[in-house]
Ligand binder design. Structure first.
Ligand SMILES: Cc1cc2nc3c(=O)[nH]c(=O)nc-3n(C[C@H](O)[C@H](O)[C@H](O)COP(=O)(O)OP(=O)(O)OC[C@H]3O[C@@H](n4cnc5c(N)ncnc54)[C@H](O)[C@@H]3O)c2cc1C
Length: 370
C-alpha cells in the first residue's frame, strides 16, 4: 500500500534541492520535495558567505570549475529577472609579500584556464587608487564576483517550483527506501506520522544527510557511499564601517579561501569562514578565536583592532575527505556509480554550491533526460 505516487522525489530543500525541483517542475514533471526542517534552506544554505563566486580556484576540468563559472552567470540573470538583490562588488585576492605575489600568478593561470571572465593582475599603484586603506603589494581583481540575498533567492526558487506544480513538504523526513520494478517505495516520517510514497526517481540532495540517506536505500552498493565529515566555518562581524569597496580575500590556505572580508547588501563587513574540523554538528562561535581572526585580517586591514570583532554565526561544510589538503570536487552518483537505477545522489556539496545551484540543477535534469 502506498499513500501517494510521484515521478520525482527530491530529498533536501537546501538551495540545490530547490533549484532542482524548480528545473524539473518547469519541464512539466511531477515533483515532490521533502525536508525534515520546518522551512527551506535551514542548514548549510543559510549559513554561508552568500558570495557569487567567479570560479577562480578550482582544478581545471572539475565539476566545481565548470558549474561555478556557468552557475554565476545563471544566478545573476535569474536574480535580475526575479527581483532578487545581488551586488557585483568585485573581489580582490591580495598578496601581502613576495611569496604570495608569486602565488597570485599561479592562481590567475588557473582562473583563466577555467574561463573566468575579466580577471586581471594588478600592481600596488592601481591598488592604492582602488582601495587606499588596503595593505597589499599585488592582487587579482575579479570584477564579476558579488553577493546574493540567499534567502530571497531560495524563496524565488521555491515559488517557481510551486507555481509549476511541485509539492513541497516540510517537517517530512526520509526514513528509508526499497527498490521496486518501477522505481522506489519510500518511507517518510511526516510530523510523527508514517507515509509511504512510490517514486520513479529519487534525488538525494540531503547535504549533511546525503550519505545516511543513500545507506538507507536497499539497492545501493554501500561500498560506493562516501564517508561524511564536517568542517565548521566561523564568522565574525564588526561594528566599524569597512573602508573597502570590494570583497577582500587573502591567498587561499588549508583547504579554505582564507579569512576573507565580504560585504552584505547593506555594505556591512563580515569576516570568515575559518576551518575547524568537528565530530558533531555545532554552530557555536568561539569568542577566543577573535585573536586568530584579527591576526589574519590585520595583514590586509592593519587598522582593525581585536576589540572591533564580534562573534557572529557558523556554517558546516559537508566533506567526504577528512582533511583540507586534497581538492574535493562535487560528487554526483548515477546508476553506473552505485548500481541503483533511478537514484541520483549528491555528496560533498560545499562551496561553491550556492553559486553553482542553477547549473547543478540543469546538469541533473539533462542527465536524467539523456
Ligand atoms: C561556511 C560556509 C561558507 C560557504 N560560502 C559559500 C559562498 O560564499 N558561495 C557559495 O557558492 N557557496 C558557499 N558555501 C556552500 C553552500 O552553502 C553549499 O554548497 C550549499 O548551501 C549546499 O546546499 P545543499 O542544498 O546541498 O545542502 P543543505 O542546504 O544542507 O540542504 C540539505 C537539506 O537536506 C535536508 N535533509 C537532510 N537529511 C534529510 C532527511 N533524511 N530527510 C529530509 N530532509 C533531509 C536538510 O534538512 C537540509 O535542509 C558555503 C558553505 C559553508 C559551510
Amino acid at each position: 500500500m502506498v499513500d501517494a505516487t510521484t515521478e520525482y522525489l527530491i530529498i533536501g530543500a537546501g538551495v540545490i534541492g530547490l533549484a532542482t525541483a524548480r528545473r524539473l517542475a518547469m519541464t512539466g514533471a511531477q515533483v515532490v520535495l521533502i525536508d525534515s526542517n520546518p522551512g527551506f534552506g535551514m542548514e548549510t544554505s543559510s549559513r554561508n558567505s552568500e558570495v557569487i563566486h567567479a570560479g577562480i580556484y578550482y582544478t581545471e576540468g572539475s565539476h566545481k570549475a565548470r558549474l561555478c563559472v556557468k552557475g554565476a552567470k545563471m544566478m545573476y540573470d535569474y536574480c535580475a529577472t526575479r527581483g532578487v538583490t545581488t551586488h557585483r562588488y568585485g573581489k580582490l585576492i591580495v598578496a601581502t609579500n613576495d611569496e604570495q605575489a608569486a602565488g597570485l600568478e599561479d592562481l590567475l593561470v588557473i582562473g583563466q584556464a577555467n574561463h573566468v571572465p575579466d580577471l586581471d593582475l594588478i600592481g600596488v599603484k592601481t591598488l592604492r587608487k582602488m582601495e587606499p586603506e588596503l595593505n597589499a603589494i599585488a592582487a587579482i581583481h575579479s570584477p564579476i564576483t558579488g553577493v546574493v540575498d540567499s534567502h530571497n533567492y531560495m524563496a524565488a526558487l521555491e515559488a517557481d517550483a510551486e507555481n509549476h506544480g511541485a509539492i513541497i513538504a516540510y517537517q517530512s523526513r526520509f526514513v528509508r527506501a526499497e527498490k521496486t520494478p518501477d522505481g522506489f517505495k519510500v518511507w517518510i516520517d511526516s510530523q510523527g506520522e508514517g507515509m509511504v510514497f512510490a517514486a520513479r526517481v529519487l534525488i538525494n540532495a540531503a547535504g549533511h544527510g546525503a550519505s545516511s540517506v543513500s545507506l538507507a536505500i536497499d539497492a545501493v552498493d554501500h561500498s560506493t557511499v562516501p564517508p561524511h565529515y564536517m568542517a565548521k566555518g566561523q564568522y565574525f562581524t564588526t561594528t566599524r564601517k569597512p573602508p573597502f569597496q570590494h570583497l577582500i580575500y587573502p591567498m587561499p590556505s588549508g583547504g579554505g579561501l582564507g579569512i576573507h572580508l565580504t560585504l552584505d547588501s547593506g555594505n556591512s563587513a563580515r569576516f570568515g569562514p575559518d576551518i575547524v574540523w568537528v565530530d558533531a554538528p555545532s554552530y557555536d562561535v568561539n569568542p577566543a578565536d577573535a585573536e586568530k581572526f584579527h591576526h589574519s585580517i590585520s595583514q590586509y586591514w592593519p587598522d582593525l583592532q581585536p576589540q572591533d570583532l564580534v562573534p557572529a554565526w557558523a556554517g558546516l561544510r559537508p566533506k567526504i575527505w577528512p582533511d583540507g589538503k586534497t581538492f574535493q570536487d562535487f560528487v554526483f552518483h548515477y546508476a553506473a556509480d552505485h548500481q541503483c537505477d533511478g537514484l541520483v545522489a549528491l555528496y560533498g556539496m560545499d562551496s561553491p554550491g550556492l553559486t553553482s545551484s542553477l547549473a547543478i540543477a540543469e546538469d541533473i535534469v539533462d542527465q536524467l533526460a539523456a
